[in-house]
Design a binder for this molecule. Structure first.
Ligand code: ARG
Length: 280
């Protein structure tokens, strides 16, 4: 039989990568010197050089996949600045600047806002706490928005108004999954993966109604921060330890690309936390 004439039944055929624009900040000054989430233990040693080389490998992975990576200058004394996702929400020429829930990170807003205005985005602040793409995930033309630990529910309305986009609020209940991007991954404009126990019952109901075909991950993957991924619609860059989720992604036609970010896990973050996406 002529192989070329065989019908294409591979589920992967319907997944398409779109080139992306990412913003990252090197972990030059990364340490764990305070604890604002249960992953952080200031008494445990952190190898900053190792954090930098793991972060560098993540950046190289994006470049190899054909994406653009722009850099924000790290600031001494802001050890969590490597988690660029929290700097704000950037979409359609507009940017919402983060207002951090904890004083330790407040200074980061200034650095990210400077980058956003230098790059021509129309900036807005919120009166209530919002931690950018840690809690605000774009799915098609809708924003999925977490609340419960960091981002204040009242900020959701402010963000919807500034960006002119609908916001679906989702309540987080487990402190290990304190940001939406630790409990839910957007894989393309219509597909998500999530860890149901991280959400309040009413939000679980919302998710199963809106996304009957969502991938539900096992606790072993969720506890490796396996959902903290960056997807271009086909390639899904994820923590290497989340092997079960990688299999689920492959079955769904995505291409999992595992990376090792063990040092940055000590701050309670992984792939997505280190990546602010500039959405067109
Ligand atoms: N140590 C940081 C914090 O607790 C980690 C932030 C992780 N970022 C994220 N997008 N989930 O705020």
């Amino acid at each position: 039989m002529d192989v070329a004439a065989a019908p294409v039944t591979d589920v992967g055929a319907r997944r398409v990568a779109r080139p992306r624009r990412y913003v990252m900040t090197a972990p030059t000054f990364f340490t764990v010197e305070y604890a604002i989430n249960p992953w952080m233990d200031p008494s445990a040693p952190v190898d900053t050089h190792r954090a930098v080389s793991q972060w560098e490998a993540l950046r190289q992975t994006y470049l190899d996949l054909g994406h653009t990576v722009e850099l924000v200058e790290p600031v001494a004394g802001l050890p969590d600045m490597v988690y660029a996702a929290n700097g704000g929400m950037v979409v359609n020429g507009k940017a919402v600047v983060a207002r951090f829930a904890h004083a330790e990170r407040a200074g980061e807003s200034v650095a990210y806002a400077a980058w956003m205005s230098r790059n021509g985005f129309h900036l807005a602040d919120t009166r209530h706490a919002n931690e950018g793409q840690g809690d605000l995930l774009l799915l098609g033309a809708t924003i999925l928005a977490g609340h419960g630990f960091r981002t204040d529910r009242r900020a959701h309305h402010e963000i919807a108004a500034h960006l002119g986009m609908p916001v679906v609020g989702l309540e987080l209940v487990d402190p290990r999954f304190y940001h939406l991007d630790t409990a839910l991954a957007v894989l393309d404009d219509t597909t998500i993966a999530y860890f149901p126990p991280a959400f309040a019952d009413h939000s679980r109901a919302t998710l199963s109604e809106l996304f009957p075909d969502a991938i539900e991950v096992a606790s072993s993957d969720a506890y490796a921060l396996g959902l903290n991924v960056v997807s271009d619609g086909l390639d899904v860059v994820l923590p290497a330890a989340a092997t079960g989720f990688a299999d689920q992604l492959r079955e769904a036609g995505f291409r999992p690309v595992g990376v090792e970010l063990s040092e940055l896990l000590k701050g309670g973050g992984s792939v997505k936390c280190c990546t602010l996406e500039v959405h067109p």
